[in-house]
Design a protein around this ligand. Structure first.
Ligand SMILES: NC(=O)c1ccc[n+]([C@@H]2O[C@H](COP(=O)([O-])OP(=O)(O)OC[C@H]3O[C@@H](n4cnc5c(N)ncnc54)[C@H](OP(=O)(O)O)[C@@H]3O)[C@@H](O)[C@H]2O)c1
Length: 252
């Protein structure tokens, strides 16, 4: 898929990994980039940077009416990046109730699914088009300290596989981007090595160009996949350390 001349929409594009995607699309020659953002004022810096190529769109992915309005307005999208996400940092049993787990499912799973459903007909108007779902190594291994988040990213992976099959006939590729630890507000509590948002965006664009399926975007994601394959039981026990707040990263 050619990025030059494409029209991209990035959810949660106002900061973090989403913001890096917006800049990467601009640098790669996208004709237009829609920045999906809960508050359009938070994307003004990117609108200014884009010099006419960036459009801020109010878009909370947990609000069906805003998804519908965005689809009605952005009829020229050829690449959709489902990046918006939430990490509530709760465990499944100690959380006071199901509010956080439901919210993570809503934002990390149902939101991207609703976006895929709303934008599939729009993407299908192009001879080639793409969806990239920003997922997590927490969707490769269940991390007990990421109670609601990990299951929501597992669901996002399964959804990516199902939607990939459904959209193959219209030549829309669906990439599931498995991301390790990245230096953004979401991971501000994490110590140790982190990738830059720019690295993830570059790998994401490469996956879109190649129409790849599931892609590990960084060393942590690769190591998590390898460790799980090598010693599933041992790795599961290692992940239990997340309950006591200990680091569960690959130690890089
Ligand atoms: N950082 C990591 O270590 C890491 C690792 C693996 C995967 N990821 C994934 O990468 C993606 C981006 O995360 P990030 O690290 O860039 O985090 P971030 O800096 O916290 O940014 C999260 C973005 O998602 C937006 N967002 C949250 N809830 C939303 C909703 N209901 N509707 C629309 N937008 C919403 C936020 O908007 P506001 O500015 O309005 O809050 C913000 O733009 C997420 O899917 C995350 O799960 C991150």
């Amino acid at each position: 898929m050619e990025i030059k001349g494409s029209v991209a929409l990035v959810t949660g594009g106002n900061r973090g990994i989403g913001e890096a995607f917006v800049r990467a699309f601009l640098a790669a020659g996208a004709a237009k980039v829609y920045v999906g953002t809960r508050d359009v004022a938070n994307a003004q810096h990117l609108v200014d940077e884009g010099q006419g190529r960036v459009v801020a769109v109010e878009l909370d992915v947990s609000k069906p009416e805003q998804i519908e309005a965005a689809a009605a307005r952005c009829q020229d999208v050829s690449i959709l990046v489902n990046n918006a996400g939430q990490f509530a940092m709760q465990t499944l049993l100690k959380a006071p109730d199901l509010t956080a787990a439901r919210s993570e499912m809503e934002i990390n799973y149902f939101g991207p699914l609703a976006m895929c459903r709303a934008f599939a007909p729009i993407l299908g108007k192009h001879p080639e088009s793409a969806i990239a779902n920003v997922l997590s190594a927490g969707g490769l291994v269940a991390v007990p300290g990421m109670g609601g988040y990990s299951p929501s990213k597992f669901a996002g992976r399964a959804m990516s596989t199902c939607v990939r099959a459904e959209l193959a006939p219209q030549n829309t590729s669906v990439s599931a981007l498995i991301v390790g630890s990245v230096d953004t507000r979401m991971s501000s509590h994490v110590e140790g090595a982190k990738e830059t948002p720019e690295t993830i965006a570059q790998v994401g664009l490469k996956a879109i160009r190649r129409g790849e399926g599931e892609v590990d975007t960084d060393y942590m994601a690769i190591e998590v996949r390898a460790n799980k394959a090598r010693d599933p039981k041992g790795f599961e026990l290692l992940m239990r350390r997340s309950l006591s707040g200990e680091r569960v990263t690959t130690g890089r």
